[in-house]
Design a protein around this ligand. Structure first.
Ligand code: FES
Ligand code: FE2
Length: 364
């Protein structure tokens, strides 16, 4: 059965989610390609916290709270850019190294008892996987940001190496689209996890990939998903149903005719096509509001070719995304009705019961 309405509509449930999920789990924030050089940075919003994600001269990735240790001023206003070797607060020019240590604080040497080493930028944990950057705000990891990658690898063990054939770390983002959804974030995950709705909601998708061709290969825990097959006449999920792009990395055999779909709790949807990868970054901003960023990744060499155009893939999924957002918003509206009561899942919605089960195990 579907869950009670309160899980999707109540501010109290949302507050508990922030406490138990969004401030505790690994949250997808971006790609390593965004901070290719030491000093490159972007600012991410994680559970309402402004976080500076940057790379130091040793190429280590850091996630700093965007808060000056002097009087708390927001240090970085731009959403992305490049630090020239250090991070300077715009108020009184306290200056931090790319590793967060306080390097200079004007006139503070005369202040008795002041010890610069006690005032680095507050840091949270960052880790990378397949070129994706994740941040974790939990206090446990905050004490040990150096061990963050180990902790991440342990938690993501079922996924580490699983998608090696697609060589995702070396792909580049060709296009990104932002969407604002009037629905709970979990409806986005649930909708992504079944194709029961596909014949009706996605006639274009159904024409290329039969809605009943799905097979699950991860069906328990925080990572759920499997694959669907292309129809014989299709070669990719694009507006034409075809692609002239070669398969990524070492994708071959059955995988050429499959699309793999995974929900990566609680912030990421990963869709692997033979010739491109699509990722949804999901960010809840309220019980009934979710921001979704969808990005399309391609082989860098393919992108460098004259005439490269990702529109066939982008337009196909932009349409499909909007079709999904529409039914998600309709579901949110219905769940807000006093008449809503939990309804029975179909046999094609096994991943949804798995998602709910895992979600409740975290929340209770
Ligand atoms: S608040 Fe940042 S230097 Fe004063
Ligand atoms: Fe859909």
């Amino acid at each position: 059965m579907t869950l009670d309405a309160a899980w999707y509509t109540s501010p109290a449930a949302f507050a508990t989610e922030r406490e138990r999920i969004f401030s505790q789990r690994w949250i997808l924030v971006g790609r390593e390609e965004q901070i290719d050089k030491p000093g490159d940075y972007f600012v991410a919003d994680v559970d309402g916290q402004s976080i500076i994600v940057t790379r130091d001269s040793q190429r280590a990735i850091h996630a700093f709270y965007n808060v000056c240790r002097h009087r708390g001023t927001r240090v970085c206003e731009a959403s992305s850019g490049h630090f020239q070797g250090s991070i300077q607060c715009p108020y009184h020019a306290w200056t931090y190294g790319l590793d967060g240590t306080l390097k200079a604080a004007r006139n503070m040497a005369e202040v008795s008892g002041f010890d610069r080493s006690q005032y680095p930028l507050h840091e949270s944990a960052a880790a990378a996987w397949e070129g994706f950057i994740f941040v974790n705000l939990s206090d446990a990891l905050r004490q040990a940001p150096r061990e963050a990658q180990t902790a991440f690898d342990r938690e993501f063990a079922p996924l580490i190496g699983r998608f090696a054939k697609w060589d995702i770390a070396n792909l580049k983002t060709a296009r990104t689209i932002h969407y604002d959804l009037a629905c709970n974030w979990k409806l986005v995950f649930l909708n992504y996890s079944e194709c029961y709705h596909c014949p009706l909601v996605h006639p274009q998708l159904d024409k290329l990939s039969p809605s009943d061709s799905g097979r699950n290969d991860l069906s328990d825990g925080p990572f759920l998903g499997g694959y669907s097959e292309l129809r014989a006449e299709a070669t990719s999920l694009t507006t034409s149903g075809h692609t002239s792009r070669p398969p990524l990395g070492s994708v071959s055999g059955d995988d050429v005719n499959r699309i793999y779909y995974y929900t990566i709790f609680p912030s990421m949807l990963l869709s692997l096509h033979a010739d491109y990868v699509m990722v949804h970054y999901a960010k809840p901003v309220g019980p009934d509001r979710t921001e979704v960023r969808c990005a399309w990744l391609f082989d860098a060499a393919e992108m460098a070719k004259p005439g490269f155009d990702p529109s066939d893939a982008v337009d196909f999924w932009d349409l499909t995304n909007r079709q999904d957002w529409h039914v998600n918003e309709l579901t949110q509206l219905g769940m807000q009705s006093r008449a809503y009561t939990p309804g029975p899942y179909s046999n094609a919605e096994g991943l949804l019961t798995a998602f709910d089960r895992y979600y409740l195990s975290v929340m209770r």
